[in-house]
Design a protein around this ligand. Structure first.
Ligand SMILES: [Zn+2]
Length: 208
């Protein structure tokens, strides 16, 4: 669930903000989590969610393992936190994502991997596999509609998974390809979802 940060909350809430806070709709705006004292930040300057984490999707028959944020083609994508680029895959290797990037982090003593789906190979990745990156470093651009290839507008699919990016790879194969829960290997949808964090909750819990 996306929340409005204290820093961006006005002393007298606007009608629109009250609507978001009271109803908890699956969309909110953020300043990108630019608190310099936090080890994390949102990967876009503006976070306008189009699909929340953990919701059931009938088309893909699984729970969504990320938050989708609206962004036009060419929008800059920044690293969640300091880390090392663990993988970059360009379409058509990863069906449905367009291109996808994984960055591994140690945040508060915990290893996690951030996943950036629907980024652009054509515009050029800004980092390489194995390269150390800093929080907020430009790593990629959002793919244009004609590059991504799916029946959806340009957006970022942003996930945060527990552990390094190849941990539990034996469960349902190459987990990095999966944007929705599966039930292979005797794993339930709910168990599969528990491998991943709610991205907004994770960022907020670390002060971003
Ligand atoms: Zn998504």
């Amino acid at each position: 669930m996306c929340r409005i940060s204290q820093a961006s909350r006005p002393s007298v809430p606007s009608r629109a903000l009250v609507f978001v806070l009271v109803l908890g709709v699956g969309s909110c705006d953020s300043d990108g989590g630019l608190d310099p004292s936090s080890p994390v930040r949102f990967p876009l300057d503006s976070w306008s969610m189009s699909q929340d984490f953990g919701v059931w999707n009938d088309y893909f028959e699984g729970y969504h393992l990320a938050e989708d944020a609206r962004a036009s083609g060419g929008t800059r994508v920044y690293a969640l936190a300091d880390g090392v680029v663990g993988g970059i895959f360009a379409a058509p290797e990863v069906q449905g994502y367009g291109a996808v990037m994984m960055i591994e982090h140690e945040i508060g003593g915990e290893f996690v991997t951030s996943l950036y789906g629907h980024v652009s190979a054509r515009r050029g990745f800004q980092v390489s596999v194995g390269e150390a990156v800093s929080k907020g470093q430009l790593v990629a651009y959002i793919a244009d509609d004609d590059e991504d290839g799916g029946p959806w507008p340009p957006h970022l699919h942003f996930g945060i998974r527990r552990g390094g990016y190849d941990i539990d790879a034996q469960i349902c194969g190459l987990w990095l390809y999966v944007g929705y829960t599966q039930t292979c290997g005797g794993v339930t949808h709910e168990q599969y979802r528990s491998f991943w964090y709610d991205p907004s909750d994770f960022i907020r819990s670390h002060g971003g």
